[in-house]
Design a protein around this ligand. Sequence first.
Ligand SMILES: Nc1ncnc2c1ncn2[C@@H]1O[C@H](COP(=O)(O)OP(=O)(O)OP(=O)(O)O)[C@@H](O)[C@H]1O
Ligand SMILES: [Mg+2]
Length: 217
Amino acid sequence: MEDILDVTDLTMKFDSKVVFQNLNFKLKKGSMTALLGPNGAGKTTLINILMDLLDPTAGNYKFSDQIKLGYVPQFRNIDQDYPLSIKAFVGLNAPLIKNKEVKKQIEHQLQETNLTGIQNTRMGRASGGQKQRAYLAQALLDHPNMIILDEATASLDPVAKQELMNLIDHLNKKHNMTVLFVTHDVALAKKYMNDYLYLDHASIRQGKMADFKEDYE
Ligand SMILES: Nc1ncnc2c1ncn2[C@@H]1O[C@H](COP(=O)(O)OP(=O)(O)OP(=O)(O)O)[C@@H](O)[C@H]1O
Ligand SMILES: [Mg+2]
């Protein structure tokens, strides 16, 4: 399988504080990787660099040319009174003028994420799992071939977690989506991810999820 991402000697410092130093790893196209590590290890910082939101202090990363990134953020509580429907919220990531083709795309992604039946529910009234699926549907409108989830399942109940992960699994199997999943949930990662990256003490380790030992955490 070809590499989709190649990270070389990546270093990040905030002032004099070293978050990580000389990280080296590669991700394969179509891989499912859990990004693990204790609080403050630098997982979100690494993701922000990969999404071009932060400049690293040193080192490089290179995505393959056809890469298109999608992103699902950590669960945030949306105000109960938030007025947009799930459908309108998903459509925020579509062109302003909703022609037939755009409407079809939105409908398709609502279907992919099992939201069609509740598309008119207000986002503020949706459950945590439904909100996360709406973020996923929003990201899918861009037709990404790699998706990054930063603690997207944190604070979801077990059923909602499985639903979101089953969707991710489906995207991987059906559309060969490459997945990078930041989580503290080792059991969930073992169930759904094939590989891990473990970030701690400014360095990174990579391996098969099946070989990951809980006591690393
Ligand atoms: N903009 C910033 N300025 C200064 N320090 C920062 C900044 N962003 C992050 N840090 C620091 O960098 C370190 C890594 O933070 P980061 O949020 O990447 O960790 P994390 O692994 O995502 O943690 P968590 O599991 O809690 O989400 C922390 O010590 C944090 O305080
Ligand atoms: Mg984080």
